[in-house]
Design a protein around this ligand. Structure first.
Ligand code: RP5
Length: 164
């Protein structure tokens, strides 16, 4: 049995899972092998480094990192890898995600984190973006993305028809 993965998802706390699950569900829609880690840049920094290296050894091409509050997880991962890192800022703290948005997006030059919307929409978009990155060199994935877009288009038109 191969336990190769294409994407690794990290989240800072178990409390993040209800939102981050949407990223995993979306990767599953595209049949993208992945695994999830609950590890914190602040509470378990050494374990984060170890699992980034483990993910790369398992073939991860893209990292997704979700955290709330002082959200340093995506940046801490980006410091350890040359693979693209997609950051999802999470709400839930007293500042409703504005804290994690700024902490995730404001990376110093040389260490990019591609930052998505706060919360579930960001989690879904990060997964779609991971599919798009994979799709740049994988024709079958590019085709699945075409189908995804066509379905989204058809769903909106159907909703529009349903209220006429
Ligand atoms: C962040 O702090 C986590 O990503 C989470 O969003 C937030 C709160 O964590 P818990 O106190 O719920 O574990 O590091």
């Amino acid at each position: 049995m191969s336990d190769n993965i294409s994407v690794s998802i990290f989240m800072g706390s178990k409390s993040d899972l209800p939102v981050v699950q949407a990223a995993s569900d979306t990767l599953n829609e595209f049949n993208i092998p992945h695994r999830m880690y609950i590890l914190s840049a602040h509470r378990t920094p050494e374990e984060v480094v170890k699992r980034v290296k483990e993910s790369e050894a398992k073939g991860a091409k893209v990292f997704i990192a979700a955290a709330g509050m002082a959200a340093h997880l995506a940046g801490a991962i980006a410091a350890q890898t040359k693979k693209p890192v997609l950051g999802i800022p999470l709400g839930g703290g007293d500042l409703d995600g504005m804290d994690s948005l700024l902490a995730t997006v404001q990376m110093p030059k040389g260490v990019p984190v591609a930052t998505f919307a706060i919360g579930k929409s960001g989690a879904i978009n990060a997964a779609i973006c991971a599919a798009q990155i994979i799709g740049t060199s994988d024709e079958a994935m590019a085709k699945k993305l075409d189908e995804y877009k066509l379905k989204m288009h058809a769903d909106v038109l159907e909703a529009n028809d349903s209220i006429q």
